[in-house]
Write a protein that binds this ligand. Structure first.
Ligand SMILES: [Zn+2]
Length: 241
């Protein structure tokens, strides 16, 4: 997928937020990407491996809000709120992985598998628990092998490890050390959830700005959104003064 991504205009941010509010997180991630990927269908985006999806989400976040972000985590030991810097440009791996087949050898048996995509995850979200979800996911991604229909647990584990090794962008892990008590821990950083929360905050802020300017000047929503950001901010300062 070579098409360059585009930043999101204020109108698009509002449309993405409205479209994604009621969606499952998997669909939200695609709604975000689709808004920033003109000319690419939602179906194509859902065919990206999860790592490739997340690389594009990191790129889009960088385009829309710049590379620097601040995350928060809670110390599992003492409950202190820990702030941590995130550089979305640095976290994005430059090379997009194709969802092509991989192969591992396990106890002398060669197993071909492919990397999971949003389509695959969407098919397994209804699984009753995490272990069964993982089993269904791996089952979907194994391509032709001489294995029994019911894969042994060991095989599921080995395949899930191999999948993560082949698509490392799908799992961003951040290490922490608590300034309060010194506890160290690791946490998964979910760019889809993080970026969605930021877009939701942006959308709410835009609505407040439209509300304030419409009250003050009687302008329409369209007129207010068509103002360059800097100009909008200048009027907001006047209104607040
Ligand atoms: Zn602590």
């Amino acid at each position: 997928m070579e098409q360059p991504m585009q930043p999101l205009s204020p109108e698009k941010i509002l449309a993405v937020w409205e479209g994604g509010r009621q969606q499952h997180e998997l669909d939200r991630a695609l709604t975000l990407l689709a808004a920033g990927s003109p000319g690419v269908s939602r179906h194509e985006l859902a065919d990206l491996t999860i790592g490739a999806r997340d690389a594009r989400l990191l790129q889009l976040r960088t385009l829309v809000l710049g590379p620097s972000a601040t995350g928060f985590a809670e110390c599992p030991e003492c409950g202190e709120r820990v702030e941590f810097p995130i550089d979305t440009a640095a976290l994005a791996q430059p090379k997009e992985l194709a969802a092509t087949a991989r192969e591992i050898e396990l106890d002398g048996t060669r197993i071909r598998f492919r990397l999971p995509t949003s389509h695959d995850l969407a098919e397994v979200v209804a699984a009753p628990d995490e272990a069964q979800g993982l089993r269904r996911l791996i089952d979907r991604c194994v391509i032709e092998s001489s294995l029994p229909d019911e894969l042994p647990n060991e095989t599921i584990k080995a395949l899930s490890r191999a999948t993560l090794e082949a698509d490392p962008q799908a799992e961003i892990i951040i290490s922490f050390s608590c300034p309060g008590c010194g506890q160290r821990w690791e946490m998964l950083f979910d760019i889809a959830q993080f970026f969605w929360d930021e877009i939701a905050a942006q959308a709410r802020r835009l609505l407040r700005e439209i509300d304030a300017l419409a009250h003050a000047y009687g302008w329409s929503e369209r007129e207010i959104l068509s103002l360059p950001t800097q100009r909008r901010q200048s009027y907001l300062e006047l209104v607040a003064a």
